[in-house]
Design a protein around this ligand. Structure first.
Ligand code: C2E
Ligand code: MG
Ligand code: MG
Ligand code: MG
Length: 291
């Protein structure tokens, strides 16, 4: 009985392993075909200043637009892209498409703001980011002020000197560096200080907890204070409610991103927001004092 049970369980795990391997292989095929057939599209999510209500930047978020499967989210394929090394090619594509889109907007007279592009640790480890960025800035005549790079804390691990060198070179071009999902990884204060980082994006999980009482506010406040002392700007990720905005303003977190303002949208809808420019309703902005 126990033995049969054991075998059944063994088979179950084997099947699960088989399933996940098949899925990985399928996903890898899908990715290779998507690269070949140019099926990646960039969605944009605005980042807003809470005082002025204005769009200060927009994040480029990749999707796979499959003719039969529809729009596939990055959570479905980024891990496989990383595991197979395809993230290097994908990363290039995203940087290229972000620059291409800005060029297109500029030609159409759309008032553009900087675009921030997510970069994975593998791209930094390979030391290919700077060249890719320079190539596309030249090709589409994009000034450095219009490009920002989002790196996760894992990008800052690895070979310290090597990474520091690459980041410094990119920063020297005038490109701003953002720390993505801050608080979920293992970066140290000294790393943050040593590398020249401009903006700290506090992970959505901390924003979520803000509505659950005093203690989470104290924690958030500590991150804001740390960023201030490192002369970094602070962004709260995943802002979904007005109550969160009120708390964040009290904590001196001056930039927000999240579904409250907008979900990630396609280029056409992002252009509408760029024309509109101010995306926060008046009650949430700083009301100018009379007298
Ligand atoms: P991320 O860089 O932290 O991007 C934010 C993610 O949170 C996005 O998911 C966005 O849709 C979602 N989000 C934004 N506001 C809210 C909110 O208010 N509530 C909730 N629940 N979610 C919110 P998305 O687009 O599915 O991207 C997921 C992750 O995939 C990104 O996390 C990023 O790590 C990765 N990713 C996306 N595009 C790229 C890329 O071009 N290159 C690389 N290396 N990674 C990418
Ligand atoms: Mg990001
Ligand atoms: Mg993030
Ligand atoms: Mg996040």
């Amino acid at each position: 009985e126990a033995k049969a049970n054991g075998r059944a369980q063994h088979q179950f795990f084997e099947r699960r392993l088989m399933d996940s391997m098949l899925r990985r292989v399928e996903c890898e095929k899908l990715l290779r075909a998507a690269i070949e057939k140019d099926q990646f599209v960039i969605y944009f999510q605005p980042r807003v200043d809470t005082d002025s209500g204005e769009v200060v930047s927009m994040e480029a978020l990749v999707r796979l637009n499959h003719p039969e499967l529809g729009l596939i989210q990055p959570s479905e394929f980024i891990a496989v892209a990383e595991a197979t090394g395809l993230i290097l090619k994908l990363g290039e594509i995203v940087i290229m498409k972000a620059c291409q889109q800005m060029d297109e907007w500029r030609r159409a007279g759309v008032p553009v703001v900087p675009v921030s592009v997510n970069v994975s640790a593998a791209q930094f480890a390979q030391g290919v980011v700077r060249e890719c960025v320079e190539t596309n800035m030249a090709r589409f005549e994009i000034p450095a002020e219009l490009l920002e790079l989002e790196l996760t804390e894992s990008c800052m691990m690895g070979d310290q000197d090597h990474v520091a060198h690459e980041l410094a070179a990119i920063h020297d071009l005038g490109i701003k560096l953002l720390v993505d999902d801050f608080g979920t990884g293992y970066s140290s204060l000294s790393q943050l200080q040593r590398l020249n980082l401009d903006v700290l994006k506090i992970d959505r999980s901390f924003t979520e907890q803000l509505l659950c009482g005093q203690k989470s506010e104290v924690f958030f406040q500590a991150m804001v204070t740390m960023a201030e002392s490192l002369r970094m700007r602070v962004v709260a990720e995943g802002v979904e409610s007005m109550e969160q905005v009120q708390i964040l303003k009290r904590l001196h977190c001056t930039e927000i991103q999240g579904y409250l303002v907008s979900t990630p949208v396609n280029a056409a809808r992002m252009a509408e927001m760029l024309w509109k420019r101010i995306l926060l309703p008046l009650p949430l902005r700083a009301v100018p004092k009379l007298m």
